[in-house]
Design a protein around this ligand. Structure first.
Ligand SMILES: [Zn+2]
Length: 167
């Protein structure tokens, strides 16, 4: 995705982004690994952040715990992932996978593996490629969004107005 000149001027370096979020560079690196951010890469190995993404992160971070609980209650991980991956409920006899879980073909790699979605834990994991995360992390990875964008997207889809309730 090519950036315009004015967009390029608003980009922040890793150090600037960390200062903006008031976290350490190490913490920011952890967020990148957890798919919270999709930094832009402009040549070489330097990464840059858009202010829009950082502001969205701050909004999501500031959401009160009660709103997060409501969001988690209303958004079913099986429904969200099931829109992209055909899922089957695990038979009770399938002892190596906890009952109540769903399995499907992992969308993040080609070979066989066991892609498990656990509605109780609100988490997914693939035994083969090692990808794992929660509902928002799945959508972020699958739809090439940042984690906060995925939170905002699902909140909108499920008509939960999270940003008005920021305490
Ligand atoms: Zn996989």
């Amino acid at each position: 995705m090519a950036l315009t000149e004015s967009e390029k001027q608003k980009l922040m370096t890793r150090e600037e982004a960390a200062a903006y979020l008031r976290v350490t560079v190490q913490t920011l690196s952890k967020y990148i690994k957890q798919n919270w951010f999709r930094p832009k890469r402009l040549g070489e190995r330097r990464v840059y952040f858009t202010q829009e993404d950082l502001d969205l992160y701050i909004q999501v971070r500031n959401i009160g715990a009660h709103v997060k609980r409501r969001l988690n209650k209303e958004i079913a991980i099986v429904k969200v992932i099931g829109e992209h991956v055909p899922l089957q409920r695990v038979a009770p006899k399938d002892s190596h996978i906890p009952s109540g879980c769903y399995v499907g073909q992992c969308p993040f790699h080609q070979e066989d593996g066991i892609f498990v979605v656990d509605p109780k834990a609100k988490a997914f994991a693939c035994s083969s490629c090692g990808v794992r995360g929660d509902t928002y992390g799945f959508l972020a990875l699958h739809q090439n969004m940042s984690y906060p964008q995925a939170v905002a997207h699902l909140a909108e889809q499920f008509a939960v107005n999270i940003f008005k309730e920021v305490s």
